[in-house]
Structures are given as structure tokens and as C-alpha cells.
Design a protein around this ligand. Structure first.
Ligand SMILES: Cc1cc2nc3c(=O)[nH]c(=O)nc-3n(C[C@H](O)[C@H](O)[C@H](O)COP(=O)(O)OP(=O)(O)OC[C@H]3O[C@@H](n4cnc5c(N)ncnc54)[C@H](O)[C@@H]3O)c2cc1C
Length: 477
């Protein structure tokens, strides 16, 4: 074993037994027929790896990062490399690349990986340990799906090996980026090169010293009459002259080091045309292709985070040292109702993600747009509610560094914004639902007419069920 610690957990304590069954036994009934025996076995290994190695390693990782912005964004905690070695030994590597689209991955379906991502979402280190962390996952999908052989050799290969990291640069400080037609970073062609000027922020992962490649969206053809053909996506090596990482952005005060979220400027950055992804003017195609399965990965990790928050709640409810008004929290009825509500909502959230994953696996991501949007919108709301109740159960400790809940709340809250804010998905879903407007109206009118016709066939005249037909008359008293 490469990780230098010895404490072994009893099988009964962390997985299986008292934990309510192993991961493979907790797969929702409707999803079971779609999960292979190999995936079930892997799921059990992941559960054990996350509970026994990654979650304890989270604390070590936080300490190994160090202090001060320069140190934190230059650090590479040793514990993560040990976890990566361990994950490889256990066969837990690159599970995210779905088998029906990519030969490079571990050969699982979106559903199978979704179930695994739930466990990864319980720990801050588990996703990177298994080379399954965002934004690298989405970026590797872009390179695997649209990259040339040269792109794959130079960047996909080391990414798949976990040797380098990557960032995706779309969002800009000066425009409303939830509408990507606004993206303004300019791209001018000069000979065989593109010259990039502009600025980006929320470039997640750019703080990491190992981040070698930026996937950048810019405006290459601003005059094109089709606003969805004005953008391109190009691969920019991180050390290209003209790039400056000005600062890192915080998330409710957390810096997410060493990964972080960069604010970056491009000043006459020169990139060869051969770095263009898919071709000039096809940026929208690339970003849309990137986000389908990625959204359900986020959602499923959020289900795992919600499960962990519920475990914390239950632990606090049964802590014998802390008895407000002479009783355990679990003896105060309101707390048990909250636990029960959380159980219902987490289970519903998991089903929503499984449904989207099965839809992607059996059809494709385009066909599953509604189901993906449902998961993207619904799950973070459940996570926020469960976390909020968990924090409440801990009182002051809940908002502090005493538990992981405050940090989990900060990360969870961003899920309603990242990959497009909720409103964008809701409006699209609402519009699609509303397409049935004429049909719903006509059907209901038709059903009313049909009711009258049926009533006549029974010799009745249709009347309101509460029809009174009473005429006011003077009292005879
Ligand atoms: C932690 C974190 C990590 C991120 N990582 C990345 C990354 O790696 N790469 C990257 O490119 N970006 C990243 N982002 C940026 C993220 O994708 C954007 O913040 C998001 O797309 C919204 O864009 P915006 O911030 O420009 O908000 P705006 O577009 O200005 O929107 C602001 C608000 O307007 C409202 N709104 C928007 N559209 C509508 C509408 N149609 N109807 C009604 N209301 C609407 C919403 O409430 C929205 O929150 C990250 C963000 C966070 C917080």
C-alpha cells in the first residue's frame, strides 16, 4: 500500500453492515438492470476507497497546501499523488469517459459512472485521485471527441495519465456570459496564426502549476450573420507569451487552492491555426458537446455531498455530549422530520440523475436535454436544503471550519450558476413545455364537449355539480 497510514476500518463500520449495505446493494431498483457486474464490483471498491482513504486524506490535503496565496497556488500536496497511485492499483482510473463514445476510458456507461461519481462527491480529493475531476473530465472529452491526433498526443495523453491539468476559458468579466454569444475575446487571423486579445475569469483549474493547457472560446468572425457561428474554440498552451494570471477568485472566501479560479488576460497571444478545435466558427458546437454528460457528473457528485451532509446531521442528532434542553437532538421531533425529508429528497435527486444517465446511454445527450436539465436544476437545490439543515443541526460549529459543511455549502451553491445559471435551463424547459399549449387547450375543450355528449346519451343535461337554481323568496316566519 502506497499511502503511509495504518489504521484499518472494520468492514462493518464504514461500508456494508451498519452502513445499510454496500454501494452495489444500494443502486436504485430502476437502474439495476442497466448496471454490469463489473461496474457493481468497482462501485464497492470506490465506496471503500472514498470512505477509508480519501475522506481522511482531505484533512491532510488541506494542511499540505500551506498558507499565503503564493505558497497555496504553488503547492502540490503529496497525499494526492499517493491517492492517485492507490486508485490506479485499485483499477479506479478515468471511469468518466463513457464506453459507447470513447476507447480511451475505463469502459463504463454514463449511468455506471454516475453511480460512482456519487461516492467521489463525498470527498474533496477523491475525484482527482481517480483522474475524474472537473474541468479536466469535460476537457478530456473535448480532446477525445474533437481533437486531432496531434492534440491528443500532446495534451489528451498526459491528461489521461494524470500528469498535467487543464482549464476551460469561456466566461468573461465584462459580458453576461450565460449567453455565450456575448463572448468578446477577439481572435484575428494573421498568416497561419490566431492573435488573441481579451480577458477571462472563473478559469477553474488555472491556478494549478500543473495546468498546461487552456481551452479558450473567443470571437473569430464577429460579422457573421449567424450569431452561433461567430465563435471558435482554440487550444492555448499556458506558457504562451502575452498570458497573465492576474489573480485568483474566491468562492464565499474559499480559494479552492491549488486548483483555483483564475482571472486571466490575453495580450496579443499568438496561437497556430493547427490548435483550432473542429474548425473556425464551430465554437458553439464544441461547448455544447462538452456539457451534456458533464452536467450529470456534477449532479451525481452533489448527491454524494448531500449523503455526507445527512450523515453529519444524523451524527450530531445522536451526539451524547450535546443535549439541548436535556434531550438528544434526535429526541426533538422536528429533527427527525428533517432527516426524513432529506432522505426523500436525496433519493428523488438520485433517481433524476440516473434517469438522465440512462437516457444518454440508450439514446444520446441531445435526446436527453430535458432529463439533463432536470438533474442540473433539481439536485443542487436538494443539496443546498440538506446542507442548510445539517448546518442548522450543528449550530455555530456548522458555519465554521469545525465540520466540512460550510465548505461543502460554498461549493454546492455554485452549482446553481456554473455551466449556465438555473434560469437559462428553466426558461428553455418552460418554453418546451409550453409548446403543448395549443394541444392542452384543445384537448380540455374536446373533453368537455365529449362529457356533454356522454351525458346526453344517458338522458342527462350537463349541469354544474353544485348548481342550486334557488330563487330568493320572502321568509314565511
Ligand atoms: C465556482 C465557479 C467555477 C466556474 N468555472 C468556470 C470555468 O471553469 N470556465 C468558465 O468559462 N466559466 C466558469 N464559471 C463561470 C460560470 O459558468 C458563469 O458564472 C455562468 O455561466 C454565468 O455567467 P455570468 O457569471 O457571466 O453571469 P451572467 O450571465 O451575468 O448572469 C447573471 C445572472 O443573470 C440571471 N440570468 C441569466 N440569464 C437569464 C435568463 N435567460 N433569464 C433570467 N435570468 C437570467 C441569472 O440569475 C444569472 O445568475 C465558473 C463559475 C463559478 C462560480
Amino acid at each position: 500500500m502506497s499511502v503511509p497510514y495504518k489504521i484499518q476500518a472494520s468492514e462493518d463500520l464504514l461500508v456494508g453492515g451498519k452502513a445499510g449495505g454496500k454501494a452495489s446493494e444500494k443502486i436504485p431498483v430502476i437502474a439495476r438492470p442497466f448496471v454490469s457486474d463489473r461496474a457493481k464490483k468497482t462501485l464497492d471498491i470506490i465506496e471503500k476507497f472514498v470512505e477509508e482513504e480519501c475522506i481522511p486524506a482531505d484533512t491532510v490535503y488541506a494542511q499540505q497546501i500551506g498558507s499565503g496565496v503564493q505558497e497555496r497556488f504553488a503547492s502540490h500536496p503529496a497525499v494526492i499523488e499517493d491517492l492517485k497511485k492507490r486508485a490506479k492499483e485499485l483499477g479506479l482510473w478515468n471511469m468518466f469517459l463513457p464506453r459507447n463514445h470513447f476507447k480511451e476510458g475505463a469502459g463504463f456507461s454514463n449511468l455506471e459512472y454516475g453511480l460512482m461519481a456519487e461516492y467521489l462527491g463525498k470527498s474533496g480529493t477523491a475525484s482527482e485521485a481517480c483522474n475524474c475531476s472537473a474541468p479536466d473530465t469535460g476537457n478530456m472529452e473535448v480532446l477525445a471527441k474533437y481533437g486531432t491526433q496531434a492534440h491528443k498526443d500532446r495534451w489528451l495523453k498526459p491528461l489521461l495519465e494524470g500528469k498535467i491539468r487543464s482549464a476551460f476559458l469561456m466566461t468573461e468579466p465584462d459580458v453576461a456570459s450565460s449567453d455565450a454569444t456575448n463572448i468578446g475575446l477577439t481572435m484575428h487571423k494573421e498568416g497561419n496564426d490566431w492573435i488573441l486579445n481579451g480577458s477571462k475569469w472563473w478559469s477553474s483549474g488555472a491556478g494549478d502549476k500543473r495546468c498546461e493547457i487552456y481551452i479558450v472560446m473567443g470571437k473569430s468572425d464577429p460579422q457573421n450573420s449567424n450569431v452561433y457561428r461567430q465563435q471558435s474554440v482554440i487550444l492555448v498552451p499556458h506558457d504562451t507569451p502575452g498570458i497573465t494570471i492576474h489573480r485568483m477568485l474566491s468562492v464565499f472566501g474559499f480559494d479552492d487552492a491549488p486548483h483555483g479560479h483564475g482571472h486571466i488576460t490575453f495580450n496579443n497571444v499568438r496561437v497556430p491555426d493547427s490548435n483550432m478545435v473542429l474548425g473556425a466558427g464551430r465554437g458553439f458546437e464544441v461547448i455544447q458537446g462538452r456539457l451534456g454528460p458533464g452536467r450529470i457528473h456534477h449532479a451525481m457528485r452533489s448527491v454524494g455531498a448531500a449523503e455526507r451532509a445527512l450523515e453529519y446531521t444524523i451524527a450530531r442528532l445522536n451526539d451524547p455530549r450535546k443535549k439541548p434542553f436535556g434531550k438528544l437532538l434526535s429526541e426533538h421531533g422536528v429533527m427527525l422530520t428533517r432527516v426524513a425529508e432529506a432522505r426523500c429528497e436525496i433519493d428523488a435527486a438520485r433517481l433524476t440523475v440516473c434517469n438522465a444517465a440512462i437516457m444518454i446511454d440508450t439514446k444520446d445527450a441531445k435526446f436527453a436535454l430535458k432529463e439533463i436539465a432536470e438533474a442540473k436544476i433539481f439536485v443542487p437545490k436538494v443539496l443546498m436544503k440538506v446542507l442548510d439543515e445539517a448546518i442548522q443541526a450543528y449550530g455555530g460549529a456548522g458555519v465554521s471550519q469545525e465540520t466540512p459543511l460550510a465548505k461543502m455549502w460554498a461549493s454546492g451553491r455554485t452549482m446553481r450558476i456554473v455551466d449556465g445559471p438555473d434560469e437559462v435551463h428553466l426558461i428553455q424547459m418552460g418554453r418546451n413545455e409550453n409548446k403543448r399549449g395549443k394541444f392542452c387547450l384543445e384537448k380540455i375543450e374536446w373533453q368537455k364537449e365529449k362529457a356533454k355528449e356522454m351525458a346526453r346519451a344517458y338522458g342527462l343535461e350537463v349541469r354544474d355539480v353544485l348548481q342550486l337554481d334557488r330563487q330568493p323568496s320572502k321568509s314565511k316566519l
